[in-house]
Design a protein around this ligand. Structure first.
Ligand code: FBP
Length: 542
C-alpha cells in the first residue's frame, strides 16, 4: 500500500484546466493600462515607494510569435504566511512558464518562507520534483513561514542572495502582509540597483486580499468548501440527535469572508458577521441577547438544538473589545510585561473593567505575542466558548424570570487548519496555476512590484484573462506594533455587497426553521466540479 490515496495519485497526474492565453503557442503581448496610485494616504505611501509608486496596470494578451520569450529565466519562489490550497500549482505555473522560455531556465524554491530568502536557503526545482506536487494541497513542497523582511540588514541580505543567485525574478506567494513585504522588497531592489524583479501572487484562505483587479485570493474556494462540508455534516447530526447547539468558529482573521461563504453554503441558524457587528456598534450583551432570543424562539417550537457560526476575528469588532485590544497593543508596545496583573494595572479604567469581565483563558489569549506583522493571533482565541457562556448565563436569567424552559447544551468546533491543505478544487488548481504563470511572465517582461491578476473568472476557465496590478495601489497606512506602516488594506465583508445581502435576506427563516444544506466533499469529476463559490459568483454576477 503506497503513501498516497488513489485520489491523491489521480489528482497529481491530472491536467490542470488552463486559460487559452496560457495554452496558446503564441507569445504574450504586454499592454500598458492606466497608472494606479494608492487608494488611501497616497502621499504618504508614495513617499515610501518613490521608485515603484504609480506604475501602470498591465494586461497580457495573446500576441504573435514575436512576443515569445526565448531566453532562459532564473526565478525564485517563496511561500509566505499561512498555508492555502493551490500554492504548489502557483509554483507549477511559474515552472512551466520558465521552461517554456527555455529548458535552461532555473526555478529555485526558498525554504520555510521569507527566512529562506534572507538567508539564501533554497532548493532547485526540477521536472521530477514538480510532478510530485502538481494539484496537491499544502505548502509542504518548500514549507512556509511568517518572517517579515523588514530591517535594512534583512533587505540587504535578501538583495545579496538574489544578486548572487542571479535571479531575474522573485515571486512572493502570500497574503496581504506578505505582498506588502514584496512591494517593500521591490522598492528596495529598484532603489539599490538590483535587477531582480519582485512580483506577488494573492494567497490566503481568508479571502481578504481582493479588489477590482484581484477577484479572489487562491485557497479561499477550497477552504470554504472544506469547512462547509464539515458544517453541513454537523448540522445533520444535530438535526438527528436534537441535543446540541453547535458553536462553530471559522478561520479568516479579521474578515468574515469565510464565515459568510460557509453560511451561504450551509444555512446555519445563526452566523455572526464581524463587519456588521462593528457597523451596528453591537456590544457583547446585544450579541448574546440576539442568540438567546433565537434559542428561546426555537425552544418554543420544541427545538433545543441548532448551529451557530462565528468568525474568528469577531472579538476585534465588538466595540468594547476593539478599544481594549488597541490599548493592550499600545501597552505591550511600551514594554509592559504580558501578564494579567501587569496589564490590569496598566489599562485605563473603562478598558480595565472589560478586561476584568473576561474569563482567564481569554485574557491570556489577548496577551499572547503578536505575529511578526503585529496581528493579534485571533486563531488562538476561543470566542465560541465565551459566547456560549454568556448565552447560557442569559438563558438562566430568563429561566429564573419564567421566560425560558428549554435545555441548552453547547458543543464547540473550530474549523481552520483542516481546510488550509485540502486537495485544491478545480477552481483553485486553475486559478493558482494561472497566477504563477502570469507572475513569471510579468518578471520575464521586466516588470516589478506588481501582483499577478486574473480576470473574467465568471467565464469558463479557458476564457480567463491575465495581467498585473501595482501592489502599492492596494496599500494604505496602518498602526502595527504601535507604529504607522504601509500595508495592503484588507478586504472585509462589504455590507452593501451582493453576498452579504443574499445572506441577510434569508437568515431570519434559517434561524427558526431547519433548512440546513450539506454540500458534501469537494468534487473533481462530477457535473458541478468546476463550480466556484457563492461569494465570487454573487460578487461578479450580482
Ligand atoms: P494568511 O493571512 O497568512 O494567509 O493566514 C491565514 C490564517 O489561516 C488565518 O486565517 C489565521 O488566523 C492564521 O492564518 C493562523 O495562523 P497560524 O498558521 O500562524 O496559526
Amino acid at each position: 500500500r503506497g503513501a498516497y490515496s488513489k485520489l491523491q495519485l489521480e489528482r497529481k497526474a491530472s491536467k490542470c484546466i488552463k486559460p487559452n492565453c496560457v495554452t496558446s503557442s503564441l507569445g504574450l503581448r504586454l499592454v500598458e493600462k492606466e497608472a494606479l496610485g494608492a487608494k488611501d494616504h497616497h502621499e504618504r505611501v508614495q513617499a515610501l515607494f518613490p521608485k515603484t509608486y504609480g506604475l501602470p496596470r498591465v494586461e497580457l494578451e495573446i500576441g504573435t510569435e514575436a512576443d515569445v520569450v526565448n531566453a532562459p529565466l532564473r526565478i525564485g519562489v517563496v511561500l509566505s504566511g499561512g498555508q492555502a490550497p493551490g500554492g504548489h500549482n502557483v509554483i507549477a505555473g511559474v515552472f512551466d512558464y520558465a521552461m517554456r522560455c527555455s529548458p535552461d531556465s532555473k526555478v529555485f524554491g526558498f525554504l520555510n518562507g521569507p527566512h529562506g530568502v534572507m538567508n539564501g536557503i533554497f532548493c532547485e526545482i526540477d521536472t521530477e520534483i514538480m510532478a510530485h506536487y502538481r494539484n496537491t494541497g499544502g505548502f509542504d513542497m518548500l514549507g512556509s513561514g511568517r518572517d517579515k523582511i523588514e530591517s535594512e540588514a534583512q533587505m540587504a541580505s535578501s538583495m545579496a542572495v538574489a544578486t548572487e543567485m542571479r535571479l531575474d525574478g522573485l515571486i512572493v506567494i502570500g497574503g496581504d502582509d506578505s505582498n506588502t513585504n514584496a512591494a517593500i522588497l521591490a522598492e528596495y531592489f529598484a532603489a539599490n540597483g538590483c535587477t531582480t524583479r519582485v512580483c506577488g501572487c494573492p494567497k490566503t484562505i481568508d479571502g481578504d486580499l481582493k479588489n477590482e483587479y484581484i477577484p479572489i485570493s487562491f485557497g479561499f474556494d477550497t477552504a470554504a468548501k472544506t469547512f462547509s462540508e464539515e458544517i453541513g455534516n454537523v448540522a445533520l447530526d444535530t438535526l438527528a440527535s436534537q441535543k446540541y447547539y453547535h458553536f462553530i468558529r471559522l478561520m479568516g482573521r479579521a474578515a468574515s469572508n469565510i464565515a459568510l461563504e460557509c453560511a451561504l453554503q450551509t444555512r446555519p441558524n445563526v452566523c455572526l458577521i464581524s463587519e456588521e457587528v462593528e457597523a451596528k456598534g453591537m456590544n457583547l450583551l446585544q450579541i448574546t441577547n440576539d442568540i438567546a432570543d433565537m434559542v428561546v424562539a426555537r425552544a418554543a417550537a420544541g427545538k433545543h438544538y441548532g448551529v451557530c457560526m462565528l468568525p474568528e476575528g469577531l472579538i476585534e469588532f465588538i466595540p468594547e473589545f476593539n478599544r481594549l485590544i488597541a490599548e493592550i497593543n499600545n501597552v505591550l508596545a511600551s514594554g509592559v510585561e504580558p501578564s494579567i496583573d501587569a496589564m490590569t494595572a496598566a489599562l485605563t479604567p473603562a478598558n480595565r473593567a472589560v478586561f476584568a469581565f473576561l474569563p482567564k483563558t481569554i485574557k491570556l489569549q489577548l496577551l499572547l505575542d503578536r505575529d511578526p506583522h503585529g496581528n493579534v493571533q485571533v486563531a488562538m482565541i476561543e470566542t465560541e466558548r465565551m459566547l456560549a457562556e454568556t448565552v447560557a448565563a442569559e438563558l438562566e436569567r430568563r429561566r429564573g424570570a419564567g421566560l425560558y424552559m428549554g435545555k441548552f447544551a453547547p458543543q464547540f468546533h473550530s474549523f481552520g487548519y483542516e481546510g488550509r491543505c485540502a486537495l485544491p478544487s478545480h477552481f483553485d488548481c486553475s486559478y493558482s496555476y494561472t497566477l504563477g504563470y502570469t507572475a513569471a511572465a510579468l518578471v520575464a517582461k521586466g516588470l516589478t512590484a506588481l501582483m499577478a491578476s486574473i480576470q473574467n473568472v465568471q467565464a469558463p476557465i479557458e476564457e480567463w484573462t491575465i495581467g498585473g496590478v501595482p501592489i502599492t495601489m492596494m496599500c494604505h497606512m496602518e498602526q502595527r506594533h504601535g507604529k504607522d506602516k504601509p500595508v495592503i488594506k484588507k478586504a472585509l465583508v462589504d455590507l452593501e455587497g451582493a453576498p452579504f445581502k443574499a445572506f441577510a435576506k434569508h437568515r431570519a427563516k434559517w434561524g427558526l426553521t431547519d433548512m440546513y444544506r450539506a454540500p458534501g466533499p469537494i468534487q473533481f469529476y462530477s457535473a458541478g466540479a468546476r463550480d466556484t463559490n457563492f461569494t465570487l459568483m454573487y460578487e461578479l454576477l450580482g
